[in-house]
Design a protein around this ligand. Sequence first.
Ligand code: AGP
Length: 609
Amino acid sequence: MCGIFGCVLKEENAAPLIHSSLKRLEYRGYDSVGIATIADGKIYLKKDQGKIDDVHRALNLDDLPGNIGIGHTRWATHGAPLKVNAHPHSDCTGEIMVVHNGIIENFMELRSELQNLDHTFVSKTDTEVIPHLIEQTLKQNPQLSFVAAVQESLKRLEGSYALAAISTKEPDKIVCARNESPLVLGVNGSGVFCASDIPAFLPVTNKAVMINNGELVVLSPKGYEIRKIQDGSLVSREPETIEWTAEMAVKQGYPHFMIKEIHEQPETLRNTLRMQEHYLDLLTTFLDRASEVFLVACGTSYHACLAASYMFSKLAFLPTYPVYASEFIEQHGKSVNIDSTILAVSQSGETADTLAAVTCAQQRAATILGLTNVIGSTLTRISRVYIGTQAGPEIGVAATKTFTSQLSVLAQLALRLAKKRGKISQDEIDLLEQQLCQLPVTVDTIVRTQEEKVRQIAEKFKDREVFFFLGRGISTATAFEGRLKLMEIAYIPSIAFPAGESKHGPISLVKEGFPVVFACPRDDCHKTLIGNIMEMKARGAHVIAIIEEGDEDIKSLVDDYVEVPRGIASVLSPIPFVVPLQLLAYYTALGKGLDPDMPRNLAKSVTVK
Ligand code: AGP
């Protein structure tokens, strides 16, 4: 999730507007920034790693000639956040420049094909194949226009992209295109703009043109022209007026980042299905070889580890030890050794407790593997192998989309390990892979069909003093995460534990109307869980259950229920089943007049022990 911007201006220089527009897109990524403009048939480029303000102070991003240009602010997924990986990327001649947001899935094949044709690559990014592909297309078909060469090259790309390209071959044009990643145009009397998001150009115009998947746009002093990538056919589309304030725009019209990020999960889950095979295989090999595996993290990331411990044992017969990072040194600091493998999970990659645990293990020669959302973070630098969750920047303090992305990647690792170890049948593997691919749609359905219902339940219970969250098996992790969300943003004391533990103490708290939330996938624990629900009902509890669609057994027992689409395997169930709990916390906080994005006493990244 990066931010791209481009503009063709009638008079003024483009660079200052590109700079300020990228600043308005900085919530999409802030690892590096770059601008390229065209003047007198020459391309001018400034780019570097770091935040926009810092790079501007060093390079003065406003000082590039020309009224046509493109720019990019980066969220690293492929290649560390270094200058060499900053966009725009060019071809061998420097005559073609491209900025890109998305993931080119077949970049490795294209890269080696182009290298065999003597193209020289300088970065580790997937994006760099695009300008080289355009260059090669022009080399093989010199009669083609730049626009036509871009169109032909796009047909070779697999994956997601919103991109903008310029070339000295046609210096008065920007060619941009979209497949899945967002792209929108802005128009006014002084020029035309393309951007990843409306906030980029909102201060200069509220006239926007939405670009659909499979469309290419040519921006020029004449305006904009939309064409279908497949056949080049023209598409006419008028601008629409956007009634947003700039602040609203950054949240894309959502009142808070948290609810925006909950709604982004279909897209971010899709991104997790575009992982680099190479790194997934490497991580799988290290896990397969390990004699003991510790899953180390804090907070929400720890809950992902807890769920993963069920996935690894149930699918690959690999026992793993989920450990709170803040307890790791005390609990295992003396025994961890060269045969130990640590899979550290951290959204930010900067959590002090997790880094301390990892450093302790590393000093005892353990193998360190990392799963994080921030490429270039400290965890990526100390890990032997790491992989990114590709969820884009998460602004809300409460982790939501990064949790479901962590679970998706961990499930893919467990599946690969199962395949490698031949522990489950190919049919089972195919079914689970198919369900993983279905999850973006499943989560989209939950948000679209159940959000209002959850809001009503939250309204009913927002003044309660305490909540229970229960689950069995892997749903224990779902319950723990639901509890953490409600506590951290709605400030309601909440207790979570495996449902089987109720009668060993906690049930003594239950009295008439006591709210108890159950996560109830239709898995091997379903029958026993019904018993736990009845235990609670017998003491007068008010039971809220997250159930599979059409689960009449539980529907008839509970007071409130929220349904998720049926047929999701137990080992994948925390992904869809946690979404209603994220919404419950959000709407409870809202109902109490609290700010879900900035909960008291908390920080997005806890860099102190
Ligand atoms: C979760 O909503 C919280 N923000 C917090 O518990 C968080 O998960 C924890 O601090 C770990 O952060 P990390 O994933 O960045 O390491």
